[in-house]
Design a protein around this ligand. Structure first.
Ligand code: NAP
Length: 246
């Protein structure tokens, strides 16, 4: 068990990468707070992976709202008294080319994917600083490093997440808190299901491994970074893309 009795908060845990990460962390002995804007989705996931309900807490939280985030971290701490790991995973897309993108599309993606990460990171850091230890994991994207057609808002948010990851690693490292990010490539989830098969096929071809990723591939990266095996890894952005960007 690589995370025995560690308390992990995972946002966006109702679907895709977040849900798989919750399942993986539970399998490795963690106590998991599954948070999502959709309470039904996390309640269902918690029930599936923890039938007795002893090792999970499912909570509704919109990460773009400061009050929701404060309530989430208060409830998590009340339940288990500590927070060892945060997986900042909730995210959305609202794609459009630069000249067609609306202000709402821009603002909504920034609110969830950037401000939401900031709110959760700040709330977790306050608790982890009191504890003198903790691990913060952010979900970036290869798009935040290389850009992507039709994703000005998303690329800006994910580049911002990388900037915050490195900043927090500098600020918090000396206090016993490690901060890292995972930058996934194309992973088969509800987010990518929305994309035309033509684009997915092109991405599959572009990948030297000739396949897209699975949520488990990213959950494994989070597991490594959350575990003691990554005890000297801080400020890293781990690309998990199958080599697609080579
Ligand atoms: P997903 O299956 O759509 O899961 C995202 C989850 O976040 C959903 O349960 C969603 O709820 C929830 N969510 C949306 N807005 C929220 C909010 N304001 N507050 C709390 N929860 C919210 O997507 P995914 O592919 O697993 O993505 C997970 C993360 O990986 C995201 O940060 C994404 O940007 C990143 N990522 C994904 C890929 C990929 O190829 N899939 C690649 C690079 C990075 P609803 O379903 O109700 O909206």
């Amino acid at each position: 068990m690589r995370l025995q009795d560690k308390v992990a908060v995972i946002t966006g845990a109702g679907s895709g990468i977040g849900r798989e990460t919750a399942k993986t962390f539970l399998r490795e002995g963690a106590l998991v707070v599954l948070a999502d804007i959709d309470l039904g989705a996390v309640a269902e996931a918690a029930q599936e992976y923890d039938a007795t309900g002893e090792r999970t807490l499912a909570l509704a939280a919109d990460v773009s709202k400061g009050d929701d985030v404060d309530s989430l971290f208060s409830a998590a701490r009340e339940k288990w008294g500590q927070i060892d790991i945060l997986v900042n995973n909730a995210g959305i897309t609202q794609d459009a080319q630069l000249v067609k993108m609306t202000m709402d599309q821009f603002d909504e993606v920034i609110a969830v994917n950037l401000r939401g990460v900031y709110f959760c990171g700040q709330a977790a850091a306050k608790i982890m600083l009191e504890q003198g230890n903790g691990v913060i994991l952010n979900t970036a994207s290869f798009v935040g490093i290389y850009g992507n057609f039709g994703q000005s808002n998303y690329a800006a948010a994910k580049a911002g997440v990388i900037g915050m990851t490195k900043t927090w690693a500098r600020e918090l490292g000396r206090k016993g808190i490690r901060v890292n990010a995972v930058a996934p490539g194309f992973i088969l989830t509800a987010m990518t299901e929305k994309m035309p098969e033509k684009i997915l096929g092109a991405m599959r071809e572009k990948c030297p491994m000739k396949k897209l990723g699975a949520p488990q591939d990213i959950a494994n990266a989070f597991l490594y970074l959350a575990s003691e095996e990554a005890g000297y890894v801080n400020g890293a952005v781990l690309e998990v893309t199958g080599g697609m960007t080579l």
